[in-house]
Ligand binder design. Structure first.
Ligand code: PMV
Length: 343
């Protein structure tokens, strides 16, 4: 076992967009259904963690988000550290300082918990690997990221990831796995920001409402069916079939929210307007532009490289005037190690 007085490490980790949605959990943050996501490229968190030897046990000295100390994140992180400290017991010898920043605006419909928590776990497990003289185990990083935020488990891997027990042999509820689609062109994600106000209901409260949801069993069946069908459509580069499933997943997620008790609506009038315009455009042009939506009002527009120019032209002329902003992103290659120092 190595010893370090100080260790400092920086990672960039991307967000991801779920194509098959994780909604509802059981046990220790395990999903009730399998999910499938595309790892993004431009939307990422960069996190630096500095560890210094501590005589008095683990301490979170400070957590700076975009250069400002954050009490909100401090509380969230302390709950997370409490839940994992016995499994990562080397942390008891360190006090840590965290500095983190995102390339995308807050509440932009891009999951900052996925990029933020995966970047943090990469930094934590990087010290563990160093102490034990081992290489970083990405499944282990995904495991701890999952405990911090379910969707973060999928951000660890390049291109596409699946999480949750499914028909795939390597699937697991404990951590996500990488999946590649050799025949698929590169996919793009343009996010129409129709509102950047704070979500009225957090995803943790949303997940909790599934527990007693009248459609719970039906949703589990639907998600498993859609997961299998989507994997096969992506393997076959069948974008028509993929698009139908993608939109069904997004609308089912919001239908579950609207039919929860208490019910809630995260979509705005402009979200529906954008959806309508996308469908009209597709009918008129036959071009493969499809939407998905996370737990918020913003619309992710998914399209392949082959038709990028015509589709982005439509987005800029027709969708942009209805939106506060469009963020252009695409399939990415996963987290990046940015450097370390130690003594
Ligand atoms: O990881 P959480 O707890 O923030 O939940 C994410 C839920 C969705 O973004 C709506 C779907 C998903 O699979 O990412």
């Amino acid at each position: 076992m190595q010893q370090f007085n100080n260790y400092k490490v920086t990672y960039r980790s991307p967000s991801n967009i779920a194509f098959i949605k994780y909604w509802g959990k059981k046990g220790r943050q395990l999903p009730i259904n399998p999910s499938l996501s595309m790892t993004l490229s431009n939307s990422y968190t960069e996190t630096t963690v500095e560890f210094s030897q501590s005589e008095s046990g683990f301490e979170l000295v400070s957590i700076e988000v975009e250069g400002v100390e954050s009490l909100k994140f401090r509380e969230k992180l302390l709950t997370f550290f409490n839940s994992i400290i016995d499994e990562l017991s080397f942390l008891k010898n360190y006090k840590i300082t965290i500095k983190t920043s995102n390339t995308f605006p807050h509440s932009a419909g891009i999951a900052s918990s996925a990029s933020g928590m995966s970047a943090l776990c990469l930094c934590l497990l990087s010290l563990e690997a160093k102490l034990e003289n081992k290489t970083l185990d990405l499944n282990r990083v995904s495991f701890f990221s999952r405990i911090a935020s379910g969707s973060a488990s999928r951000s660890i891997f390049p291109q596409f990831a699946h999480w949750g027990e499914s028909f795939l042999d390597d699937s697991s509820n404990e951590f996500a796995r990488e999946i590649h689609f050799e025949n698929l062109p590169k996919l793009y994600d343009a996010i129409a920001i129709v509102s950047s106000s704070e979500k009225s209901v957090s995803s943790s409260s949303g997940h909790a409402l599934i527990e007693s949801h009248p459609y719970k069993e039906g949703r589990i069946l639907q998600a498993n069916h859609n997961f299998k069908a989507m994997v096969s459509s992506l393997r076959d580069n069948n974008l028509n079939e993929f698009g139908v499933l993608l939109e069904e997943e997004a609308l089912s997620l919001h239908a579950l929210m609207m039919s929860s008790n208490p019910s809630f609506i995260l979509l705005e009038a402009q979200s529906l307007e954008v959806i309508k315009l996308i469908r009209e455009f597709r009918l008129k042009t036959n071009l493969p532009l499809y939407f998905t939506i996370d737990a918020g009002p913003n619309i992710h527009m998914i399209y392949p490289e082959n038709n990028k120019d015509e589709i982005e032209d439509f987005i800029n002329t027709t969708i942009k005037p209805l939106s506060k902003k469009i963020i252009f992103d695409c399939r990415g290659e996963g987290p990046q190690f940015m450097g370390e120092s130690f003594e």
